[in-house]
Design a protein around this ligand. Sequence first.
Ligand code: ADP
Ligand code: MG
Length: 429
Amino acid sequence: MGFFLIFFRYICIMSFDNDLTKNADPNPLGGIAVHYNKKTIEDMEMTGKRVLVRCDFNVPQDETGAITADGRIVKSLPTIRYLMGVGARVILCSHLGRPKGTVNPKFSLGPVAVRLSELLGQPVTMAMDTVGEDARAQAAALHDGEVLLLENVRFDARETKNDPAFSEALASLAEIYVNDAFGTAHRAHASTAGVAAFLPAVCGYLIGREIDIMGSALQDPKRPFVAVLGGVKVSDKIGVINNLLEKVDTLIIGGAMAYTFDMAKGGAVGASRVETDKLAYAREMMQKAEQMGVKILLPIDNICADRFAADAIPMVCGAKGISDKFMGLDIGPLTVKLFSQAIQNAGTVVWNGPMGVFEFEAFAEGTRAIARAIAQSGAVSIIGGGDSAAAVEQMGFADKMTHISTGGGASLEFLEGLELPGIACLLDK
Ligand code: ADP
Ligand code: MG
C-alpha cells in the first residue's frame, strides 16, 4: 500500500511537473490535442466526502457468472485504497457487458462486489439499483472509509446516451467525481463524462498513469522513437499512423496491414489480406514519411500458408514476395532481425497491433520475437491495443514493459492525438 502511494505519487509528480501545456499541438486530424495537466485524487480534500468513482469493472465471466480474470478489478485498487485511507465515502460505479439499457441479472455487478471485498479485505456493499431509492439510501448512509458499489450503469438506457438527467442523478449521490476507467474514457457517456458537468471532477491513479506515460511519450519521447504498428486493418489505424508519423523517427509496419503498404509499393502479396481502397492512403503516408525524414520499415520476408487456419502449413516467402495462392500470416525471420535491430536502439517504443495471426501458434513467432525485442530493448515501452496487450500478456512479457494500456479503443484514440471525453471533462491543474 505504502509502496503504491509513493510510486503513484512519483508518477504524478513526474507527469505534472513536465510543463506539458494543454492544447500545445494542433491535431492533424482536426480534433483537439490531448492534454495531461489534469487534477488527480491527491489534489482534492476527500476526507468525509462522498466520492463517486467510475471504474472499469467490465470483467470476463463464465456461463455461471464466475469472474475468469480479475485484472481490471485489481488495477482499480490503488485509487480505491487511497480514498478509503483518507476517509472518503467511496461510491463505485461501472458498466459490465452490454445489457442495452435494461435490468438483466446476468450483467449484475454482484460478483464484482464479492471479489472486491476479498481484495480489499473489507466488505463492499452492493446497491440494488444505480440511482434509485436503494442507491440513494446506501450512499447517504456511508461512513468514512466505507465502500459502496452501484448496480451496472448500463441497466439504464440513459447511460450510453449521455443523458444529463442521468448524469445529474449519479452526481447527486456524491460531492466529488473521480474517473478511473481508461477503457471507456473515449466514450462520452453519463458516468464517464456527463457527470463531470455536475461535480468537481479529477482522475484516479489508473487514468493518471495512462495519460502521463502515453502523453509524455507522444510529447517528449526519449529518442530514437520507434512505433511498431500491425494488426488487421489499415483502416482501423489511419489516425494512429498519421499522428505517429509526425512524432517518431522510425515506423515499423507488420501484420496484415503491411501487405497494403507492400502492394502500394508494387510488391507481390498473393492472397494476403489487403485493403485495396487504402492503397492511395498508404502511398500518401509513405510520402509523408519521406518528407518528415521518418524511416518506414516493411517486412522483407513472410511466413505464408495456402489457407487461414491453425493447422495450415507455414512456409517462408522471401524477397520475391508472395505467390498467388498464398497469404502472409506472419513476418519472416529476416524481418524479425530487421525490426529487432531498430527496436534494440530505441529510446521509446510504442507498439500497437500484432505482427501476425498470433492466435495460431504456427504464426505467432513474429509477434513473440518482437515482444521479446521490445522487452529486452531497455526502451520506454508502451503497448496499446486490446489484441497487442493480450499477446504480450499471454507470451509472458507483461512485466518487462513500461506500460500496457488498459484501454484498447481508448489507447488507439489517445495515440491518434484525439482528446478523450472522459479525460477532457476533468479539472485542469
Ligand atoms: P490491436 O487490438 O492490438 O489494436 P488489431 O485488432 O488491429 O490489434 O489486430 C489484431 C489482429 O490482427 C489479430 O487477431 C491477428 O490475428 C490479426 N493479424 C495480424 N496479422 C495478420 C495477417 N497477416 N493476416 C490476417 N490477420 C492478421
Ligand atoms: Mg483488436
